[in-house]
Design a protein around this ligand. Structure first.
Ligand SMILES: [Fe+2]
Ligand SMILES: [Fe+2]
Length: 499
């Protein structure tokens, strides 16, 4: 047989119907053509097949980061927000390593793009109006499918030939198991005991009753729907891969018969963020010690007791939960951002979540009852009215860039207390914030270009500042105090506590 006929035979095998044992499953296709010369079909087929699996895993982790972030400002419990930020950050790490390994393999593809069908699946996942239902969809359907996909990859690949991928996947599988255990206490009773249906066609979107502007589904309706949608994609590597390695089929697509709720119910961010059982207000900053806890002049007044300053800065840090909530809105709004942008945003999100935890965990140790400390919602309610690049510009170029002088003074005062832990937390906070401003300089122009913004970053930031001030007149100060002054933590009460 000549070389030419061997190639021809390989190509015809590749397009032949799949053997019985594959159960008709089609492996994922690389969504974009390779930019490097493709070797003759067949020679690198085993590599290309595993690269396509890795590609689908990369895209899935990427989409989880883009969409699970919409849960963060919709759930109320701070511990759950923190946990979601951690999972998003770890998932971004998985995606990054998968891409790095995938790029070593023929067939992975050179871009960060996500196939449309997978994007549609995740666009559906965010839809339930009840955050507990959406959370259950992510963690009882999509994450288990991802877990199974990793497990499948381990079973399917060659332990020695693909050793570098295997080691990564072993680690990610352990992470997925841990994520499942960590989230379990937050999955509501209503989703308890759910078993994915064995016959996906039994559960179709017709069972749902979408309302005018949101999808009001219960867990018992939503999980079968999401499961059937996932199954219509062929699952995430759930079926064994075919023996024949080269797949020339088109990218996976949803069957036209399955209606997508997101086409008629586009997701929008809620106008305010959820803080669950905790009291809320518009702002914790002010000048009246009888009304607010963070009395601005006290932060820089050299006569303020350093112990007071320590409590004030922990409150300030805890209130960075607002940064967690409004930063989390940007991922979903930038589906075409380079993955590296989302990766850095995921790190930023996790950093802000840690900063908020600094306060959330330290304040009770200093005698503060967190149920008396109102959470400030102004920044979310104003920023959610702005475009993603405007939100990001205000965050990095205004709030973070301008926080350093006051925080430097605060750090110097806190050092008087010889509180090693406080010094450590503030030092790491400062280091993180420096990185956030650097990140802002890098990514703001990219985010601006995604939205067709042609002004210079400097002009854009100046104009955005003015627009923020204007919007604040309407959307600032709209969150009433949950607690009367007598019950809420104020500057005066902090002084009494330390007497
Ligand atoms: Fe921060
Ligand atoms: Fe920050």
């Amino acid at each position: 047989m000549s070389a030419a006929s061997v190639v021809a035979a390989s190509a015809s095998e590749a397009t032949a119907p799949l053997p019985e044992r594959s159960g008709g499953f089609q492996p994922p296709s690389t969504p974009t053509p390779l930019s490097v010369p493709t070797p003759p079909a067949g020679r690198l087929a085993a590599v290309q097949e595993m690269a396509r699996w890795l590609r689908l895993l990369f895209e899935t982790e990427r989409e989880f980061v883009r969409t699970a972030t919409t849960l963060i400002y919709r759930v109320g419990e701070p511990e759950l927000k923190y946990l979601l930020c951690q999972h998003v950050w770890e998932s971004a790490g998985h995606a990054r390593f998968l891409r790095e390994r995938g790029r070593e393999l023929s067939g992975f593809g050179p871009t960060d793009d996500v196939r449309a069908s997978l994007r549609q699946l995740f666009n559906e996942a965010v839809l339930p109006a009840d955050a507990a239902v959406a959370l259950a969809g992510f963690y009882r359907v999509l994450k288990p499918a991802l877990h199974d996909a990793y497990r499948h990859y381990l079973a399917a690949t060659h332990h020695l030939a693909d050793w570098p991928s295997r080691k990564l996947v072993e680690d990610f599988l352990a992470d997925e198991s841990r994520h499942a255990a960590e989230i379990a206490p937050y999955l509501s009773e209503r989703s308890g005991g759910f078993q994915p249906p064995t016959t996906p066609s039994d559960h179709r979107a017709g069972a749902l009753r979408p309302e005018a502007d949101s999808v009001a589904a219960s867990v018992s309706e939503w999980l079968p729907y999401l499961t059937s949608l996932l199954a219509s994609l062929g699952g995430l590597l759930h079926s064994p891969p075919p023996l024949l390695p080269v797949d020339l089929s088109p990218p996976l697509s949803l069957p036209p018969s399955l209606p997508l709720l997101s086409t008629t119910h586009p997701y929008t961010h809620p106008p305010t963020c959820n803080r669950g059982r905790f009291p809320t207000c518009s702002s914790v900053f002010g000048h009246d010690p009888a009304a607010v806890p963070i009395v601005r002049p006290w932060l820089t007044d050299p006569t303020t007791d350093a112990r007071v300053i320590r409590i004030l800065v922990y409150i300030w840090l805890m209130m960075e939960l607002d940064a967690v909530d409004y930063l989390a809105t940007i991922f979903f709004d930038t589906p075409h951002a380079p993955f590296d942008l989302h990766y850095d945003l995921a790190r930023h999100l996790w950093d802000e979540s840690r900063h908020s935890q600094f306060g959330y965990r330290q304040l009770p140790r200093l005698g503060i009852d967190l149920m008396t400390l109102e959470h400030s919602l102004d920044l979310y309610t104003i920023l959610v009215q702005m475009t993603p690049p405007e939100r990001y510009a205000m965050m990095t170029m205004e709030f973070e860039a301008n926080s350093f002088p006051t925080k430097a003074h605060v750090m110097d005062r806190v050092r008087e207390l010889n509180d090693f832990e406080a010094d450590t937390l503030l030092a790491f906070d400062r280091n993180d914030e420096q990185n956030h401003v650097r990140s802002g300089h890098r990514w703001l122009p990219v985010m601006m270009s995604l939205f067709g913004e042609t002004r210079s970053p400097g002009d854009f930031v100046t104009a955005t500042r003015a627009r923020f001030a204007e919007l604040a007149k309407t959307y600032g100060g709209i969150t009433p105090h949950s607690l009367p002054p007598a019950q809420r933590l104020t500057g005066e009460k902090i002084l009494l506590l330390l007497k």
